[in-house]
Write a protein that binds this ligand. Structure first.
Ligand code: FAD
Length: 291
């Protein structure tokens, strides 16, 4: 299918993109990698009156360390982050997670900002940013504001972005050296969106007790979910099978899966619990070999 007729404008910088969004109102859509927006238009599920192409906004294409955080520009291609040594050193969960996003061809075009602004509840990057307590940086006519991930993702395909705002970047806290990470997904085929995905980052203190745990799941709620209670259940003690069981037992209360054509809610709930156990165990084992 082909998209319906649509006007097109190319922004040279962020200010120009904001001016175009302000001029055209909520009928306008930012065009980033087009990997979600163009299929939606082809299926007539999105009908913007005008596309505002930000692919030439070079200032939004970067991966850099900044004051204890990893800063990524919204127009950075997913594949560039996946292969970035700076990203791998700061947040080793990122390349692990990105390998599960579609196919390499999608990641060559798809942007970090596009995935976050699109806010698909099954997507991996929103779950990673939520799980690590990241912040989204947005810019509009009134300037720049920073939004914690847990406030940015509001519901399915719905974020705290205003119609005249552009997502300009994301900041992730750097993970301490020796952090073990793991990602597990249930998907029907390689490259498909996950039915359920889980991810973990775990760090051990010098006395081998667990001093940092980050756990997140996607595909089991209208937004990505950080599993605070499960993190608390694992933090402070020595790694153990009992602690992992206790953490997994908190998962069902933290998520609100829905029935759909892919899986009933009860199955998603069971899978979330199982995958959380697996990623917690794998991340703990990897942190033990690294410390
Ligand atoms: P676009 O499609 O250009 O835009 C998406 C939406 O975000 C639009 O509404 C657009 O207006 C808005 N937007 C984009 N950038 C900004 C910005 N800077 N500021 C404000 N609004 C903005 N994703 C996964 O997470 N996991 C998968 O397994 C997966 N599998 C896929 C498989 C296939 C075959 C395909 C085609 C896509 C898949 N995707 C998957 C989606 C892919 O990750 C997309 O790249 C991503 O969701 C959107 O990024 P984009 O840069 O292409 O954004």
């Amino acid at each position: 299918m082909k998209p319906p007729p649509v006007k097109y404008a190319r922004a040279g910088d962020v200010q120009e993109a904001i001016a175009l969004l302000t001029e055209h109102g909520s009928d306008a859509k930012v065009l980033a990698g087009g990997q979600s927006l163009i299929p939606l238009m082809n299926f007539r599920l999105a009908r913007p009156s005008i596309l505002i192409d930000i692919n030439r906004v070079r200032e939004l294409d970067y991966v850099r360390e900044d004051n204890g955080t990893l800063a990524i520009g919204a127009m950075t291609r997913q594949r560039d982050v996946e292969t970035s040594s700076v990203a791998a050193a700061s947040v080793p969960l990122l390349p692990e997670v990105l390998r599960h996003v579609g196919h390499i061809t999608n990641r060559n075009r798809g942007t970090v900002g596009g995935s976050l602004a699109h806010a698909d509840p099954a997507a991996e990057l929103p779950a990673l940013v939520t799980g690590l307590g990241g912040e989204l940086v947005v810019q509009g006519p009134n300037g720049v504001r920073t939004i914690p991930a847990e406030d940015f993702f509001m519901s399915t395909f719905t974020t705290a972005l205003e119609p005249d705002e552009v997502l300009i970047g994301v900041r992730l806290p750097r993970l301490p050296g020796g952090t073990g990470v793991a990602v597990e997904e249930l998907a029907r085929r390689h490259g498909d969106f996950a039915i359920v995905a889980a991810m973990a980052a775990v760090h051990l203190a010098p006395d081998r007790s667990v001093d940092l745990v980050r756990l997140a799941v996607s595909g089991v709620d209208s937004v990505p979910v950080r599993l605070h209670a499960a993190e608390d259940a694992l933090t402070g003690g020595r790694p153990s099978a009992e602690a992992i069981e206790a953490a997994a037992a908190t998962v069902a209360d933290a998520i609100h899966p829905a029935d759909d054509v892919h899986a009933p809610a009860s199955y998603r709930r069971d899978m979330a619990q199982l995958l959380v156990k697996r990623v917690a165990k794998a991340a703990l084992e990897r942190s033990e070999t690294k410390s």
